[in-house]
Design a protein around this ligand. Sequence first.
Ligand SMILES: Nc1ncnc2c1ncn2[C@@H]1O[C@H](COP(=O)(O)OP(=O)(O)O)[C@@H](O)[C@H]1O
Ligand SMILES: [Mg+2]
Length: 288
Amino acid sequence: MYKAFFGLKTNPFNLSPDPAFLYRSAQHEEALANLIYGVQSRKGFIVLTGEVGTGKTTMLECLRDHLGSHQIPFACVFNSRLTPDQFFEMIAYDFDLQCSRKSKMEVLFALNNMLLDRANQNRTTALIVDEAQNLDWEVLEEIRLLGNLENRRGKMLQIILAGQPELDRKLEDRNFRQLKQRIALRCHLRPFSAAETAQYIATRLARAGMREQTVFPPELLTEIHRRTEGIPRLINSVCDNLMLTAFAMESKVATAEMLDEVSRDLHLDWPGRSRQFADLDSRASLMN
Ligand SMILES: Nc1ncnc2c1ncn2[C@@H]1O[C@H](COP(=O)(O)OP(=O)(O)O)[C@@H](O)[C@H]1O
Ligand SMILES: [Mg+2]
């Protein structure tokens, strides 16, 4: 809506996990390098954790691009509320296994054959599971068993489990001691620092066509970081709403007042928020 007003080609703060807008923060770079290294060196299990909105799905999208361009086949499970049967059916579809996809036995047999074939050609295969913190125990157990398949060169199926920090707690459970021991690589995504938040915003705007960002002054960037606590998804929502508000007010620059309004509209909550707004409210009542 505000694209033309700000001279942009595309919307800079979309909520989709689009690798075209990737900001390579040190930790995102490291996480992606770990995922790629883990798959290529056949490490078996790789776990990626992070709070909601820190960029896990975006990392998986980047990994998919990488695997695709290196002809490494993969299956993706994005719906974690699956029964074991549905899980096997999904894998069978993704790997295009020629078998009765409704039969777990047949899928396992076909999958095993495919993995052996590929391992004999010294090639690898991956399974990507997002939102893994929601997986049923039974499905996690099936995944653990798939991770056991190996030949002398290493694991035949590289399994990436991505999820919220609950995933780590789930893997702590006694039932999953075995799986936990098999996790070869772990990465964790933390929220951005203040400097990263500013770079992140500038990178997204640059990708959308604004070479030098002039919409958010430095003090406002600091405040955006504070209120979003450096969570990329929240930063996107706040910046998108700020640009919309600025556009509506025909201003090329976002202001602190606009940020207050947007924070209220988005019901943002951050440490120290109530005190700050209480101050504002008491000041307002003093002036009345
Ligand atoms: N490093 C990054 N570069 C660009 N955009 C990012 C990055 N990290 C997160 N985002 C953006 O933040 C939003 C949330 O990311 P997402 O991958 O969906 O988080 P999660 O899966 O951890 O909840 C998306 O709009 C995504 O594009
Ligand atoms: Mg996600």
